[in-house]
Unconditional design. Structure first.
Length: 182
């Protein structure tokens, strides 16, 4: 199968959604944790495009849109804003800008997280497709970022193959991508 994005450079948006981190009151640990995990998982060259923004639905939606439409990101991974607190609106912003929602990603992330902590049921991780890009909402804690990315990343390269996004090759010793044979 020849995928449309096979010869394009891979760009990945990394978005930390946090009022405190965006104001410099709190050190952003989520964005660097995502970057670290992606560096371990992805074997082909890729370019990160990082943003730290406040918990505001319009700002989140505009940032996600700009990363996909203007920056050309094939994958956008967010951290923060997935809980039940009033300012946790990352999933709503993601739904606002995506044409298709991919609920299986959130279901798997919650399932994996529930084996670690019973409060994972409070998390509202989700994913959706905007154009050819996948937008993935992760929790904010670095250890949960690791657990969730390791759970869902095997499906991400094939998802982008199907949408026409850029090619992702993984390091099979860290996280083997699944692509159907034939």
């Amino acid at each position: 199968m020849t995928t449309p994005g096979r010869n394009r450079p891979l760009k990945i948006g990394i978005v930390t959604v946090s009022d405190r981190a965006s104001r410099g009151i709190y050190e952003d640990k989520g964005g660097p944790a995502i970057h670290h995990e992606l560096t371990r998982i992805i074997a082909n060259p890729w370019e990160p495009v990082a943003r730290v923004i406040p918990d505001d639905i319009d700002t989140i939606a505009a940032t996600l849109t700009a990363l996909v439409d203007d920056e050309g990101c094939d994958l956008v991974v967010t951290t923060g804003g997935t809980g039940p607190a009033p300012r946790d609106v990352t999933p709503e912003a993601t739904e606002r800008v995506c044409g298709k929602m991919m609920p299986g990603f959130g279901e798997l992330m919650r399932s994996v997280s529930l084996s670690v902590v019973p409060t994972a049921i409070l998390s509202r991780q989700t994913a959706g497709i905007r154009g050819t890009a996948l937008i993935l909402n992760l929790p904010g804690k670095p250890s949960a970022i690791h657990d969730c990315l390791m759970a869902v990343f095997p499906a991400i390269p094939y998802c982008l193959d199907l949408t026409g996004g850029a090619w992702i090759e993984t390091d099979p010793a860290v996280c083997a991508a699944f692509r159907p044979k034939g």
